[in-house]
Design a protein around this ligand. Structure first.
Ligand SMILES: [Zn+2]
Ligand SMILES: [Zn+2]
Length: 597
C-alpha cells in the first residue's frame, strides 16, 4: 500500500509543479474564458495549412496588438491585454494559420457552425488523441480569435473577390441568368466545407497532389476563403481564362457557369483523378435574404467613404416622422464611428469639430418620442453586443461586441464636455482590468432618486451666475460582477455623500435642450418677481417640487451641469442665452429644470 500512496503523491506534486510552469499562459487563456485543449487543437489544425498572402502577413500584428485606452479617471481600460489567447496562438505557424482560417469560417458560417466545422475537420485530419476539445469549446475559441482579427475586414476581401468574378463576366459575352449569378454566393454545407478543407490541407502538404475545383454555385465563398488563406497556391480560371495565378500550382479553381460544383484531388505525376466530390449547399439560405449583400451574415466590412452618402440620405428623410429621422441619425452616427478617420471631423469637413449635436427645440411629445433611453440602447447595440449576465436590475452603460466596445463619452471623459452632445466612443477591444475581459459596463437600476427641492437655496429675488449648487466631489468606480463591470457614482455635497445614477444622468444630459441665443449677455442677472414659482437649486436636489421651475446653480462647472440632469424632467441648458430669456422660454415651452452655463 505504502509505495502506491507515495507514487500518487509524487504524480500530483509533479502535476502541480507543471501547472506552475504554465501559469502565465493559463492566466492568459482564463482572461478569455478559453479552454486550453481547444487552443492546442486549433494550433494542430492550423499546422496543416501553410498560409500565404497579404492577409496572412497581417495576422501577427493583428493577433498580438495590445494597446488599451484608459477610461478617464477610472482605473479600467478598453482594448487588448498583452499576452492574451490570440497572442498565444501567434507564437506558432500553426496558430497563425488556424487564426486566419477561423476568422474566415466565423464570418462565413458564424461561431457555432465554425466550432462544429473545426470539430469535424479535426476528426478527419488529426490523430484521435489530439481531438480533445468539444464543439462548444472550439466555438468559444473561434469567437475570441475572430473578434481579435476583425480589423482584417474579411467581408471587404470577400467583396473584392466576388466583384472580380462578376466583372469578368460583365466584360465577357456570356450573359448569366440572374439565378445563376446569385448562386455564386450560396453557402456550402458544413460537411462539404469540411471535405473541401481536408482536400486543401492534403494538397498544401503534398507537392504531388493538385486540388481541382470547378463549377459556379457557391464558388464565391470558396474563392474568397482560399484567396485569403493561401493565394500563393491558387490559380483562378474564369471560363477557361487565367484571372489570377499564384507562385505554386497547388489548387486550381475553375469557375464555369455551366456545370455542377465539384472538387477532387489529382496526383500530378499520373494525372489520375480521384473521384470528384459533389458539393452540397445549405437549402434556401441565399433566397432567405433577398437584397442582402451576400448569404453571409457576419461579414466584417470597412465603411470608409460612406459618410457623405449617409448625410445625403439623412437630408432626404427629414420630412418623415421624427422617429425615422432620429433612427437615421443613429445609423449616421454608427457609420461615422465605423468610418471615422480623423479627417472627417477636421477643419473643412461638414461636421462640427467636437462631434454631432442633437438639438430639440421643444420637448418631444409622448407620441413621437424616441427616448434617449432608446437612443442609448440602440447606440450600445449598433456594433453588436454580448449581453451582460450580471442578472436582473442592471442598466447597461457601455457594451462590447467582443471586438469593439462602445460607451458614452461622458463616462470616459476627464472632464465633461461643455454643451449638450450625444457622443459615444467606439474603441477597438474589450473592457478589461489588466487581468480579465468584461463584456459590459452596468449600473444598479434601483438607485434612489434625488429628493425634490421645496425651498430655494438663495433667498433674494435676483438670480445671477453662481456655483452655489455645485457638488464638492465625485468618485466613479467599477467593480467586476459576472461578465460585467458595475459602475458606482458617488457624489459629495458638502458633508453628505450619495450614490447617484450615472445612467440616468447621462440620459438626461442627452435629452437636455439648448436655450436659444439672445442679444443679452449670458452673465446678466435677472430679477424674478415670483420667487415661489422659480426657485434656485443645487446638484444635490436639482428638481423643484410641485412642478415648479428650478434654476440649478452650476455656473462654470461642466461636471455639475452633467450631474444636474434628472431623467424624465424637461430640461434646458443655458448655453449663451441670458438667464432672463431662458426663464421666459422655459415658461412658454414647459421646461422645468434649467441648468446654468
Ligand atoms: Zn458535423
Ligand atoms: Zn436674453
Amino acid at each position: 500500500m505504502a509505495p502506491n500512496v507515495a507514487l500518487q503523491a509524487d504524480i500530483s506534486q509533479t502535476a502541480i509543479e507543471l501547472l506552475g510552469t504554465v501559469t502565465p499562459i493559463l492566466r492568459a487563456l482564463s482572461s478569455d474564458n478559453v479552454h486550453p485543449l481547444a487552443v492546442l487543437q486549433l494550433d494542430a489544425i492550423g499546422s496543416r495549412f501553410p498560409i500565404s498572402g497579404p492577409l496572412a502577413k497581417q495576422i501577427p500584428d493583428a493577433l498580438t496588438r495590445s494597446s488599451s485606452v484608459r477610461l478617464g479617471r477610472l482605473q479600467n481600460l478598453v482594448g487588448w491585454m498583452a499576452g492574451d489567447t490570440s497572442a498565444a496562438l501567434c507564437q506558432s505557424a500553426g496558430g497563425q494559420a488556424s487564426a486566419l482560417l477561423t476568422l474566415c469560417l466565423v464570418e462565413m458560417f458564424c461561431r457555432n457552425s465554425t466550432g462544429h466545422l473545426l470539430f469535424d475537420l479535426s476528426m478527419r485530419v488529426l490523430p484521435k488523441n489530439r481531438c480533445l476539445a468539444s464543439m462548444a469549446q472550439l466555438s468559444d475559441l473561434a469567437e475570441v480569435v475572430s473578434n481579435k482579427l476583425k480589423p482584417l475586414a474579411f467581408g471587404q476581401h470577400h467583396a473584392i473577390q466576388v466583384t472580380r468574378i462578376r466583372e469578368t463576366y460583365l466584360r465577357s459575352d456570356i450573359e448569366l441568368p440572374p439565378q445563376t449569378s446569385a448562386s455564386l454566393l450560396e453557402r456550402l454545407t458544413i460537411d462539404s466545407m469540411v471535405e473541401l478543407l481536408d482536400a486543401v490541407q492534403q494538397a498544401l502538404q503534398d507537392s504531388t497532389l493538385l486540388l481541382y475545383i470547378e463549377g459556379f454555385q457557391g464558388l464565391g465563398g470558396v474563392v474568397s476563403l482560399l484567396m485569403a488563406l493561401c493565394p500563393d497556391d491558387v490559380t483562378l480560371l474564369i471560363e477557361g481564362e487565367v484571372i489570377f495565378q499564384g507562385q505554386r500550382r497547388t489548387i486550381i479553381i475553375s469557375v464555369k457557369h455551366e456545370g455542377k460544383t465539384l472538387f477532387g484531388l489529382e496526383k500530378i505525376i499520373h494525372t489520375k483523378k480521384s473521384s470528384p466530390h459533389a458539393v452540397t449547399f445549405r437549402p434556401n439560405e441565399f433566397l432567405a435574404h433577398p437584397g442582402g449583400f451576400s448569404s453571409y451574415d457576419h461579414l466584417t466590412m470597412e465603411a470608409k467613404g460612406c459618410l457623405f452618402r449617409m448625410a445625403e440620405q439623412l437630408l432626404f428623410v427629414t420630412k418623415k416622422p421624427p422617429q425615422r429621422v432620429i433612427a437615421s441619425f443613429v445609423n449616421l452616427i454608427g457609420t461615422i464611428m465605423l468610418s471615422f478617420t480623423g479627417v472627417d471631423f477636421g477643419p473643412g469637413s461638414d461636421f462640427p469639430c467636437d462631434g454631432l449635436r442633437l438639438e430639440f427645440h421643444k420637448p418631444l411629445s409622448i407620441s413621437d418620442m424616441y427616448t434617449t433611453q432608446q437612443l442609448h440602447a440602440d447606440l450600445c447595440q449598433l456594433l453588436g453586443y454580448i449581453p451582460s449576465n450580471a442578472g436582473e436590475g442592471q442598466n447597461v452603460v457601455g457594451a462590447c461586441s467582443g471586438s469593439t466596445s462602445i460607451l458614452p463619452m461622458t463616462l470616459g471623459a476627464d472632464s465633461f464636455i461643455k454643451g449638450h452632445l450625444v457622443r459615444y466612443r467606439a474603441l477597438d477591444g474589450q473592457f478589461h482590468d489588466g487581468h480579465s475581459y468584461y463584456k459590459a459596463i452596468t449600473e444598479n437600476a434601483h438607485i434612489q432618486p434625488r429628493a425634490l427641492a421645496r425651498v430655494s437655496i438663495q433667498r433674494d429675488n435676483t438670480i445671477s451666475p453662481s456655483a452655489m449648487g455645485v457638488h464638492s466631489n465625485i468618485i466613479l468606480s467599477l467593480r467586476p460582477h459576472h461578465n460585467s463591470l458595475t459602475l458606482r457614482a458617488t457624489v459629495n455635497f458638502g458633508t453628505q455623500m450619495k450614490e447617484i445614477s450615472f445612467y440616468d444622468a447621462n440620459l438626461a444630459y442627452m435629452a437636455t435642450c439648448l436655450a436659444h441665443p439672445c442679444d443679452h449677455h449670458p452673465k446678466d442677472p435677472v430679477t424674478v418677481l415670483d420667487t415661489a414659482s422659480v426657485i434656485r437649486t443645487g446638484v444635490e436636489a436639482p428638481v423643484a417640487s410641485d412642478g415648479r421651475i428650478s434654476v440649478v446653480l452650476t455656473h462654470n462647472n461642466s461636471e455639475a451641469q452633467f450631474l444636474a440632469g434628472v431623467r424624465g424632467v424637461p430640461s434646458m441648458y443655458q448655453g449663451i442665452s441670458c438667464l432672463g430669456c431662458m426663464i421666459n422660454r422655459a415658461k412658454e415651452g414647459g421646461f422645468q429644470l434649467l441648468i446654468q452655463s
